[in-house]
Ligand binder design. Structure first.
Ligand code: CA
Length: 253
């Protein structure tokens, strides 16, 4: 079960802004190709051959040691794995509140797989076969986005009517009661609360929350808005907080 190992051939050559990537892939050739390609670009690489090892490395198992665990900044996750598959791992990580950016790799290319992957909390999705340059670009984009989100997060609590959002604690309260939001739901609400009454188009929301390189359908936004409404609104079909602006998008208030 000890299939995790550390390889960092260009550790001394790390460029600013690059981080440590966990590659979860059971096929040796693909795993080594990915590790080499990303390491050449300056990423530090950690590898896992199965889901449980990855879960352990990310601190998601009860016996995960906090002492020797390297900080992981991004996960490149294959879907077809022995034992726990990639979707189950992704779901489990999010369920445990581990919000490391996840890029899913899959040989399957159907819309359903992609949508399921994104809805259970993956940040991006790439279908095999893909070019190394595209993978590198997407890894960079995910890390950059995470970095700018962290830097832009103000210390102060955002409030709108009965809602209070604590950016650094990633917590939301409605009339003093905590509301449990997924990471994406949280980021959408944070975006809205930063500029109440501003109208956001679906594309703008995708740019801000998923990133400019999100290749999916903007109906994903509608799905997330519906989930937020179900959690915040007394009557989700007659929302008083997040309102639909027909022909444009959504706004808060
Ligand atoms: Ca595989």
């Amino acid at each position: 079960m000890n299939s995790a190992e550390l390889v960092s051939p260009v550790q001394s050559n790390l460029r600013v802004g690059l981080g440590r990537v966990l590659i979860v892939e059971d096929e040796d050739l693909i795993r080594e190709t990915l590790a080499l390609g990303l390491a050449e670009e300056g990423f530090e690489i950690v590898i896992a051959e199965d889901g449980l090892t990855a879960l352990d490395l990310l601190g998601g198992t009860a016996h995960a040691s906090r002492v020797n665990r390297p900080e992981i900044n991004l996960v490149v996750l294959d879907l077809m794995l022995p034992g726990m598959n990639g979707l189950d791992l992704c779901r489990l990580l999010r369920h445990q509140g581990i919000d490391v950016p996840i890029l899913i790799l899959s040989a399957k290319g159907t819309e359903t797989d992609r949508v399921v992957g994104l809805e259970i909390g993956a940040d991006d999705y790439l279908t095999k076969p893909f070019g190394m340059r595209e993978l590198v670009a997407r890894c960079r984009a995910l890390l950059r986005r995470r970095q700018s989100n962290l830097q832009a997060t103000p210390d102060n609590v955002l409030t709108f009517e009965d809602i209070a959002l604590h950016p650094q604690e990633c917590r939301v309260f409605l009339r003093g009661e905590e509301v449990s939001l997924s990471p994406k739901e949280f980021r959408i609400l944070e975006l809205f609360m930063g500029q109440p009454r501003r109208v956001w188009s679906r594309d703008q929301i995708i740019d801000q929350v998923w990133g400019y390189d999100f290749m999916g359908d903007n109906k994903t936004v509608d799905v997330h808005i519906r989930w937020i409404r179900e959690k915040l609104e007394a009557d989700p079909s007659h929302p008083v907080y997040i309102k639909t602006v027909r022909g444009f998008g959504y706004r808060l208030g």
